[in-house]
Design a protein around this ligand. Structure first.
Ligand code: GAP
Length: 492
């Protein structure tokens, strides 16, 4: 993770927000390479889900919508995480990410240990338990630790569980619900009637516009509406770089189906579609998994959710949630707005409120997965190199054009001509300074799949250029015509 975060900063992918003022927790800025990578991810998703399918339409709804939408959707009442405060350190934790266990030796409880959820949590808790046993000077064998979430603790235990910040018990509060929506005020008045929310998901914009699209388009069940846009959540513990932030982008699609459809089969089809799509942009199948939510842990709107997980550097975590929302949202909006959300289904000649399958993906989280999968260290000619093996479709730059020497005008001129031609169709990078080997390494590190070098053979002999492959470092000569055809073929 440190290598990825370091590379992101060094090469201009991602910066901490407001860095000149010491940073702002949970917010990030995307530099020249990050914004290209992010745009390529969004474009690839949009092309594949909207442009290359006949059953899905696009939408771009406003971020701030009537607060009535968030009352109907259940977000005002229930979009919260359990929070616990440490009174001594003023630190705040998510109660479902704070784990604790009694430390037991020969049926005697010596005290409690706590640990924050991460891949080292069990080892940390075990070490703390052994330390406590030593401190108490007790002989005998430690019983295996049974770690539980803080929300499962009995109120009598709150006082006994040590704060992860101080290591001492007595300062943790009972858990309480914390609503994750950011509030803002709309209009000149600043009383309670002016309160509005920054959307915590793009999905509600789709439900709120579903009737508009049904009435103005030519959609037929089953059909989908897709949207890409910002979402905001006042996360209690933003962490793991851009994995969980307070401002992020989502790519969500609501797929409307008949209530009589085999929703379980369609759910499976969408899980497979999403996994195939992730593989198509370069995430290895071996790094993907599935997490089926148990019935008693489903969100208020869901009748079945499966997350596609990814092996992030800090462990296997949710990447893409695929939920079956039934008719929860449309029924709620029908009830709260008084407007009918029914559709007339030509094929069955019946009227109904459709059910929904929702694949919901975070762009930033996907970007972190892509960075993780692409990051590679190897050796070339006895020298260590780090490279980003981005799939060409999403690489920030597709090709770099390099004149062998920058002080030879005839080389530079020819290289510029080729660069301009490539640039008309593909994002290209111009780099004329430094030793050619150093320039190759720079391009490897930012994941540029190909480098084209213009040398004396190009201008004095047969006009061919050298094409170098990032992953194999192999070089071959080809004509300008073949080069352009090669790039068009690879970058469909
Ligand atoms: N409309 C359903 C919905 O929003 P979610 O599981 O809360 O479901 C969907 O979010 C996806 O959005 C997640 O799988 C994740 O990729 C991304 N996401 C959610 N919260 C995030 C956060 N705080 N930071 C970055 N990405 C987030």
């Amino acid at each position: 993770m440190d290598a990825i975060v370091g590379l992101c900063k060094r090469r201009g992918f991602i910066f901490q927000s407001s860095e000149i003022y010491g940073g702002y927790n949970g917010f990030f800025d995307f530099g020249p390479l990050g914004v290209e990578l992010k745009k390529n991810l969004k474009d690839a998703w949009w092309e594949d889900i909207v442009h290359r399918r006949d059953d899905i339409e696009g939408l771009d709804s406003s971020i701030i919508m009537s607060p009535k939408i968030w009352e109907a959707s259940g977000h005002v009442g229930g979009f919260s995480d359990p929070m616990v405060d440490c009174k001594a350190s003023k630190m705040r934790y998510r109660a479902d990410q704070l784990f604790y266990a009694p430390v037991v030796v020969d049926n005697n409880t010596l005290g409690y240990v706590s640990a924050l959820e991460d891949h080292a949590m069990e080892a940390d808790a075990q070490a703390a338990a052994e330390k406590l046993k030593r401190k108490k000077g007790v002989q005998g064998e430690l019983a295996p630790l049974a770690l539980k979430e803080y929300i499962e603790a009995d109120p009598s235990e709150y006082e006994l569980i040590p704060s992860p910040a101080t290591g001492e018990p007595g300062s943790l509060t009972p858990p309480r619900d914390f609503n994750l929506m950011f509030e803002t005020k709309v209009g000149a008045l600043s009383d309670s009637t002016a309160i509005a929310y920054l959307r915590p998901e793009t999905a509600q914009g789709i439900f709120a516009n579903y009737k508009n699209i049904v009435d103005t388009g030519r959609v037929k069940i089953p059909f989908g509406i897709a949207q890409i846009g910002k979402a905001f959540r006042n996360e209690i513990t933003p962490r793991n770089f851009i994995f969980r932030s307070r401002e992020f982008e989502q790519m969500e699609m609501e797929y409307f189906i008949s209530p009589d459809a085999d929703w379980k089969a369609m759910h499976r089809e969408w899980i497979d579609w999403c996994k195939n799509w992730l593989s198509s942009i370069g995430l290895p199948e071996s790094m993907l998994g599935e997490d089926v939510h148990p019935q008693d842990k489903l969100s208020h709107y869901s009748r079945g959710t499966t997350d596609i997980t990814f092996q992030f550097p800090f462990g296997e975590q949710e990447l893409w949630g695929i939920a079956c929302r039934g008719d929860f949202d449309l029924s709620q909006h029908q009830k709260h707005s008084g407007k009918s959300m029914e559709i007339f289904d030509e094929s069955s000649k019946s009227k109904y409120i459709p059910h929904v399958i929702e694949p919901a993906l975070g762009v930033d989280r996907l970007l972190l997965a892509v960075l993780t999968a692409a990051y590679t260290e190897d050796e070339v000619g006895g020298e260590k190199r780090s490279l980003m093996k981005f799939h060409p479709r999403i690489a920030p730059y597709k090709v770099a054009v390099l004149p062998l020497l920058k002080n030879k005008p005839e080389l530079v001129e020819r290289a510029k001509e080729i660069y301009r031609k490539i640039q008309r169709k593909h994002t290209a990078f111009w780099d004329a300074s430094g030793a050619i080997g150093r320039r190759y390494r720079r391009m490897d590190e930012i994941g540029t799949p190909w480098c084209v070098t213009i040398d004396f053979e190009t201008i004095e002999q047969d006009g061919t250029v050298t094409l170098r492959d990032r992953d194999t470092t192999e070089q071959r000569r080809l004509s300008e015509e073949d080069l352009l055809a090669f790039l068009d073929d690879q970058l469909f």
